[in-house]
Write a protein that binds this ligand. Structure first.
Ligand SMILES: NC(=O)C1=CN([C@@H]2O[C@H](COP(=O)(O)OP(=O)(O)OC[C@H]3O[C@@H](n4cnc5c(N)ncnc54)[C@H](O)[C@@H]3O)[C@@H](O)[C@H]2O)C=CC1
Ligand SMILES: CC(C)CC(=O)C(=O)O
Ligand SMILES: [Mg+2]
Length: 364
């Protein structure tokens, strides 16, 4: 009998539904090729949740996710919902709670430059020649995005906004282990990103990372302040293997790393809990500036689905096959607008044409 997995499909807002459609087509192709079945249940989230069910994260959506083996997530947010009270908006009302409810403490964001896309990177050829392969390991359920108190109080010029940044040693410890375990299977280097010259959370972060590192004598550890890391990433990205980051620093550093690969539309991510459950989502957002035009790059969403196969379903061969199909399609010159450079070999395609090209390659 074929293996069967259940997937909660949460397309969300903006380009979310457009790129999700392509990832689902890829899953259809994987079902046929690998004798597996993905039972998918569609659910509202974000602005779509507000518009259709009155809430960014409807209870029905949480139930569907709880009954599933994994969540495939698009993206949420957009101008339409930006004037709602902050906790009701798509990001704070749905995405952050989903991460918390499901204990998704570990966010993996692999930034790999495909050889065909070196021209689309914002960096000079000699900086990226030979490629780079960076894994951002981002703590996802702590730090300044979640700590309390937070809010806005007072009136007039005394009106004050405040956030709190907290990390416990246990939170730092578990994400540090993930980074070191990952480094062991890659380039054996961890660079821990902090701001220990200013922030107390970072002083603790550094202390815990140092302590945990003693269990991994085969992995080289370095520390870097986040401002320097942002600069080093564009100066010489090849120096990095695993970048271990707190929640906010990882959010920022991973968008920067994404652009070095050509486009934010290329960068997938896996948000993992202890065990095999995970939520898989592009690193970028709902891209309201291009939503509704059918031109978004679906590769981040498709590679996020591949990460779901790898991390939640242990379907390593299928995940590798999707990655390989993306690489061949890029080598063959297929480009959505965000990675189109106008070269002789390039064919400008829309969202669904890119999805079709990847599926055709997967089926060969
Ligand atoms: N995980 C999520 O659901 C996230 C949601 N957001 C939300 O998304 C909305 C827009 O935020 P922005 O700051 O504009 O960030 P964004 O990531 O949506 O867009 C930044 C830039 O990257 C481009 N881009 C992103 N993904 C692309 C793709 N697949 N193909 C081609 N181009 C792509 C956009 O067109 C835009 O120019 C906001 O409401 C924000 O809060 C932002 C980040 C993450
Ligand atoms: C929209 C935020 C809550 C999250 C974000 O930017 C991200 O996870 O990359
Ligand atoms: Mg972000």
């Amino acid at each position: 009998m074929a293996n069967s997995f259940t997937v909660a499909v949460l397309p969300g807002d903006g380009i979310g539904p457009e790129v999700m459609a392509e990832a689902l087509k890829v899953l259809d192709a994987v079902e046929k090729k690998y004798d597996v079945s993905f039972k998918r249940t569609l659910a509202n989230v974000g602005g779509a949740g507000i518009d259709n069910e009155g809430k960014a994260l409807p209870d029905t959506t949480v139930d569907i996710c709880k009954q599933s083996d994994a969540i495939l997530f698009g993206s949420v947010g957009g101008p339409k919902w930006e004037t709602l009270p902050p906790d009701e908006q798509p990001e704070r009302g749905a995405l952050l709670p989903l991460r918390k409810i499901f204990g998704l403490f570990c966010n993996l964001r692999p930034a790999i430059i495909f050889p065909a896309l070196t021209g689309a990177s914002s960096l000079k050829d000699d900086v990226i020649k030979g490629g780079f392969d960076i894994l951002v390991v981002r703590e996802l359920t702590g730090g300044i995005y979640f700590s309390t108190p937070k809010g806005i109080e007072g009136e007039g010029s005394e009106k004050t906004g405040f956030d709190t940044m907290k990390y416990s040693a246990a939170e730092v410890e578990r994400i540090t282990h993930v980074a070191f375990e990952a480094a062991r299977k890659r380039g054996s280097k961890v660079c821990s990103i902090d701001k220990a010259n200013v922030l107390s959370t970072s002083v603790l972060w550094r202390e815990v990372v140092e302590r945990v590192s003693k269990e991994y004598p085969d992995v080289e550890l370095s520390h870097m302040y986040v401002d320097n890391a942002a600069m080093q990433l564009v100066r010489w990205p090849k120096q990095f293997d695993v970048m271990l980051c707190s929640n906010m620093f990882g959010d920022i550093i991973s968008d920067e790393a994404a652009m070095l690969t050509g486009s934010l539309g290329m960068l997938p991510s896996a948000s993992l809990a202890e065990g095999s459950f995970g939520m898989y989502e592009p690193s970028g957002g709902s891209a309201p500036d291009i939503a509704g035009q059918g031109i978004a790059n679906p590769i981040a969403q498709i590679l996020s689905a591949a990460m779901m196969l790898r991390y939640s379903f242990n379907m390593v061969a299928a995940a590798d096959a999707i990655n390989a199909a993306v690489e061949v399609v890029l080598n063959n010159g297929y480009r959505t607008g965000d990675i189109y450079q106008g070269g002789d070999n390039e064919k400008k395609v829309n969202t669904s044409e890119m999805g079709d090209a990847i599926i055709a390659q997967l089926n060969r």
